[in-house]
Write a protein that binds this ligand. Structure first.
Ligand code: 13P
Length: 248
């Protein structure tokens, strides 16, 4: 089976004090063991070292981005090599906020995934349609194109988690219904079976993101193709523990 995966994307939030408080809440939480649920939190770059040093050893950290190739004269960027040097195991790539606000194309995201994997990082690769795309009936076409650009560059699927995050559900309080999430997750799994392999399709975690909270996580977690969550706003709150506990 696919191990349940719960990621907390803190985005561009938190002070040094707040970050330590969140970590201390997580450290005191009663959750299922690592064999049952993989928990990964993703603070802003500047807080990665402090979070990594304070966080319990059965939870892991992720960066929210990294540079597309080897580091060098790229002012303001952080390279995959630096993350590896600091023992940061995971990176989130292709988040819709970066696609939309920083013009990251499907190909650019694919290149980042390739480079991050080549350096030994594990990748949470994000895909998802806008409301306009959903309403025009192109959801599957959009997420398939995003997934193809990533899949074309993946060498080791064991190190990839796909996060389906419909843009209209992110930060809006408008969570996808369990049926809406299941439909796209199932389509993505079929896409993997048809375009990669049956084995990759059955083993790759496909997690859902977009207004997940302590109240709606259980029903979503019960969908057969929903293998966990990527949580934004609620990952900064104690209810993140309830979301972790929706694994089982
Ligand atoms: P929210 O949970 O705040 O909707 O954000 C989801 C997200 O973008 C996680 O990457």
């Amino acid at each position: 089976g696919r191990k349940f995966f719960v990621g907390g994307n803190w985005k561009c939030n938190g002070t040094n004090e707040e970050v330590k408080k969140i970590v201390s809440t997580l450290n005191g939480a009663e959750v299922p063991s690592e064999d049952v649920v993989e928990v990964v939190v993703s603070p802003p770059f500047v807080f990665l070292p402090v979070v990594k040093s304070l966080l319990r050893s059965d939870f892991y950290v992720a960066a929210q981005n990294c540079w597309v190739r080897k580091g060098g004269a790229f002012t303001g960027e952080v390279s995959a090599e630096m993350l590896i040097n600091l023992d940061i195991p995971w990176v989130i790539l292709g988040h819709s906020e970066r696609r939309a606000l920083l013009n990251e194309s499907n190909e650019f995201v694919g290149d980042k995934v390739a480079y991050a994997l080549s350096q030994g990082l594990k990748v949470i690769a994000c895909v998802g349609e806008t409301l306009e795309q959903r309403e025009s009936g192109s959801t599957l076409e959009v997420v398939a194109a995003q997934t193809k650009a990533i899949a074309d560059q993946v060498t080791n699927w064991a190190n990839v988690v796909i996060a389906y995050e419909p843009v209209w559900a992110i930060g809006t309080g408008k969570v996808a219904s369990p049926a809406q999430a299941q439909e796209v997750h199932q389509d993505l799994r079929k896409w993997l079976a048809d375009n990669v392999s049956a084995e990759v399709s059955s083993t790759t975690r496909i997690i859902y993101g977009g207004s997940v909270n302590g109240a709606n996580c259980q029903v979503l977690a019960g969908q057969p193709d929903v293998d966990g969550f990527l949580v934004g706003g609620a990952s900064l709150k104690p209810e993140f523990v309830d979301i972790i506990n929706s694994a089982s």
